[in-house]
Design a protein around this ligand. Structure first.
Ligand code: FES
Length: 103
């Protein structure tokens, strides 16, 4: 049921290729990146620095930082970014623990 709700929020535009963790995948151009990745099946966008608990997008308005990813080399809230062709998406680096490996 959740997948249907998220899919209804995605633009119906063409799919474009992006790189996610070194793998080429297709996402809807212009879609909200966090929503598109969740619809693609990504869970656990980042881990908490102390316990390593997986976190996923929550507020969808740039406040909670649970959707942090590295996009084209810059750590950003993925809920504040639109999908565009060729972007490189990786787990966000965390200063105390290094790059996340759990995505
Ligand atoms: S989901 Fe909260 S900052 Fe992106």
């Amino acid at each position: 049921m959740t997948g249907l709700r998220l899919k209804s929020l995605l633009p119906q535009g063409p799919l474009v290729e992006v790189t996610f963790k070194g793998e080429v995948i297709s996402l809807p151009e212009g879609a909200n990146l966090a929503t598109a990745l969740q619809e693609y099946g990504v869970e656990g966008f980042r881990q908490t620095p102390t316990r390593g608990v997986a976190r996923s997008p929550f507020c969808m308005m740039g406040v909670c930082f649970d959707c942090l990813l590295e996009v084209d080399g810059v750590t950003r809230q993925s809920c504040m970014i639109e999908v565009r062709a060729g972007i490189d998406i990786r787990p966000a680096r965390q200063s105390r623990e290094g790059p996340y490996e759990s995505l």
